[in-house]
Structure formats: structure tokens, C-alpha cells
Design a binder for this molecule. Structure first.
Ligand SMILES: NC(=O)c1ccc[n+]([C@@H]2O[C@H](COP(=O)([O-])OP(=O)(O)OC[C@H]3O[C@@H](n4cnc5c(N)ncnc54)[C@H](O)[C@@H]3O)[C@@H](O)[C@H]2O)c1
Ligand SMILES: N[C@@H](CCC=O)C(=O)O
Length: 518
């Protein structure tokens, strides 16, 4: 570790119990509201470029309110962005680890200083309640602090053996030009984390932000410039997935693609990137972190109130719009009715409304497509289960859906198999704990899962048999913290890159072994 760099610890969350913090956040919201409607041009090679096409980013809580617009790139501008990234790579690849790490630390410090500004923008652009928005910004800071330290740790390579008469050295080199494709649901944390991991490892990137959250990404690129980012190292190119996304992924100059998003788009990218294009010199590396169908399993020995709290927080936090969200609760028969009753009671106590209000515990869905999808699953739920609470939507002002629970859903029902990405929870009765674990494992995904039990044998069995990338015992299944719970899933949940963990940065590097004969 470099001199003067203190060990990593995660960023504390803001305490909204303090009146000063509440006031500061409310003022930040007012300032961001006054800035609504701003336009974000592309940033290619440090140059601002406007286009005639527009992405309109609307507040999901007030569908008529335009948060901002972003210029929309076309194929020619996508090509130009890759060119700019390739040109910047000629220098950035040689930037010493200290320089790269310093950029990340500086960007983290600037984000910390402007923390409520970014969180307020997240409230407006992505409909996050205060606490969730604050955690999103804190996680972005964490990613930069953590990856900066990782860049320094990997700077000296790794030890290898040398026999008499030879010296072996093993070091990590960057990959080249990468395409960064983040989702909208952690529009600050995941966008910044994916971008800065790639950059911290010595690569240059084209960042195509999610079309629902281009404004926060533009603000972050401005902050990077303030932190000293050289032109062309991060190129900001909003645009359509089908046109610009495919073009960037297919470009033979692309060395890697870092994608976080849906299984459908991830598989498309995985397949396209596997095709070697004319003139391409390498096999592209793809990091694809995809969806989940995450379950909380409740054992008969469980603290039932803890179980209900964990289920409700994990199912309805950010309206279920987390890859880690609990969308299945699998409860052993002995305690099923009690867990259902407690879970319904807690869900009915949630305050649903405009996330700009401090008291809001659950805000809207991100857009019309998400709203329609959730309402379709609610209709399906009536056929596949018994409605226990919720089930109504209201799209008059924003894209609101009630916290919804369907009871008595069968393991093979679509409600138990497909990612909904909304506040819809399926409860399933299992005859015993063995069967509950088998049901939990029986989907195409394997991202997060939790077990609530007081029985040590059951917890140990879950460690052995619950096949998920992030397993939680006696707590909910959301809320991984950078550096503490490296995050990523198995099976169709993706390539298990483990963001925020000790193996992540090396995925943006290639290892070289140099042997000198003496
Ligand atoms: N595993 C994880 O760590 C993780 C984290 C957050 C979200 N997710 C998943 O993300 C999904 C929600 O996010 P989303 O709706 O933004 O996902 P999405 O797949 O629709 O989009 C993800 C990104 O890919 C871009 N894109 C779309 N089509 C493309 C194409 N053809 N080529 C290249 N890029 C393209 C989008 O613009 C966006 O930036 C959920 O499935 C959720 O589970 C996973
Ligand atoms: N890392 C987040 C989920 C990210 C996906 O949406 C969590 O642990 O809840």
C-alpha cells in the first residue's frame, strides 16, 4: 500500500435523524430541482459534441417532469468515441499506478464533497428514496476508494518462483479499449464503479450510460474532468442499445465489454462479442453481471419477526428494482402462515409515494415499460397464487405500484422463475428445509439468497447447498457493501465478476510473465 493511504473502510451513510443533514439534503434537492431540464452533450476525446437526436430523462415520480436531455450518438459518433479511447490509451496505458489511483481517490473525494448533490439527482432521475439514493452515492465513493487501493496493490504484479539462473517476473498490464454498459438502477454506484475499475486498471473506455439515467452519468464525467481525467480516457456516449450498443460491442478495436444489466441483453452482448471481426487482434473479454430471482428461505426455528423484516426490506427496497431483490420467500410449512401474516402486515405499513419526501419508503418504478411489466405479472399472479396484499398500480402522476404479495405460489410458476424487477413477492410453502433449499436453487439464476434460522445445522447446510454468489445468513439478501461483500452471481446471473472484491480489478488486466536467463 502506498505511503499515506489509510486502509479502506466503507463510507458511512448519512444520518437523516440529524436535522442539519436533513436540511442539507432538502437544499440539495431544491438546487437540483432548479437545474432540471439541462442538456448533456456527448463527450468524446474531451470535446463536447451535440447531436440532433435526444434522450429525454424523466422523473419517474412525476412523469411530466423532464430531469434533463442527453445528446444521442449514432453509429458514426460511436466509432469516433472508440477512436478517441484508442488514441488516449496510447498514453494512459503507461500511467503509473499512483497516477491512476490518485485519479480515483480525487474523484472519490470530490464525490464525497458533493454527496447530497449526486444523491438528490438520483432521487429525481431514478426515483430513489433519500436513504437509497444516499447509499448509491456512498457506494460509488466506496468503489473508487477500493479500486484505487487495488490498482496500487496490483502494481507490483504477483510473486512467482525463479530457479537458479533465471529471473521470473509476473505483472499485470491493462487490456485496452473497453465498452462500459451500466444499468439505471444503481445509476451512480454501478456506473461509476464499472467505469473507474476499468480506468484504474489502465484502460480507456466508452461509457454508454443507461438511457433512463444519462444525466447523473454526465455529471459524473464532469466531476472526473475536475479530478484531472485526461481527455479520451472516459468518453460519454448515450445512445440506443440496438444502434450504438451493438456498434460499440462489435467494433474490432474493442478489447473488452463490461456490462451490467438484464439477462436478455447480456446474452446478446456475450454472443456478439464472441464473434471475431475482420481486423480484430484479440478475443474480447466480457464481464456480464445479470439478473436474479433471489430467495429468502425461512426455517421453522427462525426468529419470525426477523424473517418478515428481512423479506419486506429485501423485496420492496427501491420498489424491488434490485438484481438482489427478494422476489421469492420460501417458508417451511410449520411457520408459513405466521410468516405470511407478519410479512403482509409490514408491507402494508410501508409509505409509498414521491421519493423527494423524506418519509417515503418506496417510490415509483422507473418508467412505463417497467410499470406495464409489473402490472402484467400482477395479472399473472392472480392466476398463479392468492393475492395477500397490494396488486394495484397508479400511473396518473408517476409509475407507482403497491407492494404486492402473492401467497401459495408453486415452485415452477412463472412468478417463481422469472425476474420481475418490481415490488412483487411470491410466497411458497415448502414441506421441510431440504425441500425449501431445493426450491430456492431451482431457477436459472444464482445471484443472492438468504436463510433465516436459529439452527446451526441448517445454516451450515445452506452454506454447502445454496448455490448463489452472495449468501446471507439471518439477514436480508440486498445491500452488499464494497470490500465487505464482493458482489456477483452464478449461472444466468452472470460471470460472477464480484464487483467490490479482491478479484475484480484483475479482470480488467492481462497478466504477463517475463523470464530473463542469467
Ligand atoms: N448482477 C448485477 O450486479 C446487477 C446489478 C444491477 C442490475 N442488474 C440487472 O440489470 C437489469 C436492469 O437494468 P437495465 O434495465 O438497465 O438492463 P438492460 O439490459 O436493459 O440495460 C443495461 C445496459 O445495456 C445497454 N444496452 C441495451 N441494449 C444494448 C445492446 N444491444 N448493446 C449494448 N448495450 C445495450 C443499456 O442502454 C444499459 O446501459 C436487471 O435485470 C437487473 O437484475 C444486475
Ligand atoms: N449490490 C446491490 C444490488 C445491485 C443490483 O441491483 C445489493 O447488494 O443489493
Amino acid at each position: 500500500m502506498g505511503i499515506g493511504i489509510r486502509p479502506y473502510t466503507h463510507e458511512p451513510f448519512s444520518d437523516f435523524g440529524e436535522s442539519r443533514t436533513r436540511r442539507a439534503f432538502a437544499e440539495a434537492l431544491q438546487r437540483e430541482t432548479a437545474r432540471l431540464g439541462r442538456h448533456c452533450p456527448l463527450v468524446i476525446g474531451g470535446e463536447r459534441i451535440d447531436t440532433s437526436g435526444r434522450l429525454v430523462s424523466a422523473n419517474p415520480a412525476r412523469r411530466e417532469q423532464v430531469v434533463g436531455t442527453a445528446a444521442k450518438a449514432d453509429a458514426a459518433l460511436a466509432d469516433r468515441a472508440v477512436e478517441a479511447a484508442a488514441s488516449a490509451y496510447a498514453q494512459w496505458r503507461h500511467a503509473p499506478a499512483e497516477q491512476r489511483a490518485d485519479l480515483l481517490f480525487k474523484a472519490a473525494a470530490l464525490t464525497r464533497r458533493r454527496r447530497h448533490e449526486f444523491s438528490a439527482l438520483l432521487v429525481l432521475e431514478t426515483g430513489k428514496p433519500w436513504r437509497e439514493a444516499d447509499a448509491d452515492t456512498a457506494e460509488a465513493i466506496d468503489f473508487m476508494e477500493y479500486y484505487g487501493r487495488e490498482a496500487l496493490r496490483l502494481a507490483d504484479g504477483a510473486p512467482v518462483l525463479s530457479r537458479p539462473g533465471e529471473i521470473n517476473r509476473y505483472r499485470y498490464l491493462p487490456l485496452g479499449v473497453g465498452i462500459v454498459l451500466p444499468p439505471w438502477n444503481f445509476a451512480m454506484a454501478i456506473m461509476a464503479g464499472m467505469t473507474m475499475a476499468a480506468v484504474g486498471a489502465g484502460n480507456t473506455v466508452v461509457l454508454k450510460p443507461a438511457s433512463n439515467a444519462p444525466v447523473i452519468a454526465a455529471r459524473f464525467v464532469e466531476l472526473l474532468e475536475e479530478a484531472g481525467l485526461p481527455p479520451g480516457v472516459v468518453n460519454y456516449v448515450p445512445g440506443s442499445g440496438a444502434e450504438v450498443g451493438d456498434r460499440l460491442v462489435d467494433d474490432p478495436r474493442t478489447r473488452f465489454v463490461s456490462f451490467t444489466g438484464s439477462r436478455e441483453v447480456g446474452l446478446r452482448i456475450f454472443e456478439r462479442a464472441a464473434k471475431v471481426q475482420p481486423g480484430q487482434l484479440w478475443l474480447k473479454r466480457v464481464l456480464a453481471e445479470l439478473g436474479g430471482k433471489d430467495a429468502i428461505v425461512v426455517d421453522r426455528s427462525a426468529d419470525l419477526e426477523l424473517a418478515a423484516q428481512a423479506i419486506v426490506a429485501s423485496a420492496f427496497g427501491y420498489a424491488g428494482q434490485k438484481c438482489s431483490a427478494c422476489s421469492r420467500a420460501i417458508v417451511v410449512a410449520d411457520v408459513y402462515d405466521e410468516v405470511l401474516a407478519r410479512t403482509v402486515k409490514l408491507a402494508q405499513q410501508l409509505t409509498v409515494g414521491d421519493p423527494a419526501q423524506l418519509g417515503c419508503e418506496m417510490g415509483p418504478l422507473i418508467d412505463r415499460a417497467a410499470y406495464d411489466k409489473v402490472m402484467d405479472y400482477v395479472a399473472l399472479g392472480h392466476r398463479e397464487g392468492r393475492l395477500a396484499t397490494g396488486g394495484e398500480g397508479d400511473e396518473t402522476i408517476g409509475w407507482y405500484a403497491q407492494p404486492t404479495i402473492f401467497a401459495d405460489v408453486q415452485p415452477q410458476a412463472r412468478l417463481m422463475q422469472e425476474e420481475i424487477f418490481g415490488p412483487v413477492l411470491a410466497l411458497c410453502r415448502a414441506p421441510d428445509f431440504d425441500e425449501a433449499l431445493a426450491i430456492a436453487n431451482d431457477t436459472a439464476y444464482g445471484l443472492t439468497g438468504a436463510v433465516i434460522s436459529r439452527d446451526r445445522d441448517r445454516l451450515e447446510q445452506a452454506r454447502r447447498e445454496f448455490h448463489v454468489g452472495n449468501l446471507y445468513l439471518n439477514r436480508g439478501c440486498t445491500g452488499a457493501i464494497v470490500g465487505y461483500q464482493p458482489f456477483g452471481g452464478f449461472n444466468m446471473s452472470g460471470t460472477d465478476a464480484k464487483a467490490g472484491g479482491p478479484d475484480y480489478l484483475a479482470l480488467f488486466m492481462q497478466a504477463q510473465c517475463v523470464t530473463e536467463q542469467l
